[in-house]
Design a protein around this ligand. Structure first.
Ligand SMILES: [Zn+2]
Length: 179
């Protein structure tokens, strides 16, 4: 196998199933105690290299991007107006909007329809803030990332694939700054 220059880290945790993460741009194997990692790497070899190439591309593009500067108030105003707009477009309602620093995601939606926004989103360009909110609020209609979900998103955001990639690029940049 052509794996001589695949870089990865291993973290053993009290979990049932192994998983592969690329959240910081580098491959992390999260394994149950005693689990052998060679089989996992072999099994997902194709997917891993696809991901590594994609991330390599993203890192190159990240070099040319900068973080946005805006005040807390400016940021919150953008969020509130984007929520309002998405609410109208999708004919859905969130109960409340909260701001919190989160380590693993841009935003989340609770079963009680509360929307939590990761504070670090304030460094994103405007179109991406709007995109994250549209994405999250589409989950009020369809919880999972299935064809129905992406279809609904495509109707309102033709360039959603590009947006997802850009989000990943900014995730890498922001995590580099805050870790
Ligand atoms: Zn989602």
């Amino acid at each position: 196998m052509e794996q001589h220059d695949l870089r990865y880290r291993i973290s053993y945790r009290d979990i049932k199933y192994p998983r592969l993460e690329f959240t910081t741009g580098e491959l992390l194997l999260v394994l149950p105690f005693g689990h052998k990692h060679e089989m996992l790497l072999e099994k997902h070899n194709g997917w891993i290299w696809e991901r590594v190439n994609f991330i390599g591309e993203c890192l190159q593009e990240a070099a040319g991007k900068k973080l946005f500067e805006r005040t807390n108030k400016e940021f919150k105003d953008i969020v509130y107006s984007s929520v309002k707009k998405a609410s109208k477009e999708l004919d859905v309602k969130v109960r409340g909007v909260y701001f919190r620093k989160m380590r693993t995601k841009w935003a989340s939606l609770s079963s009680k329809k509360n929307l939590t926004i990761n504070r670090v989103m304030m460094y994103l360009p405007l179109h991406l803030i709007k995109y994250v909110i549209l994405h999250e609020m589409t989950h009020l209609i369809e919880k999972r990332h299935n064809d129905r979900f992406w279809g609904m998103l495509l109707e309102r955001c033709k360039r959603y694939r590009e947006m997802e990639k850009e989000m990943f690029i900014y995730w890498v940049i922001i995590n580099r700054h805050t870790h």
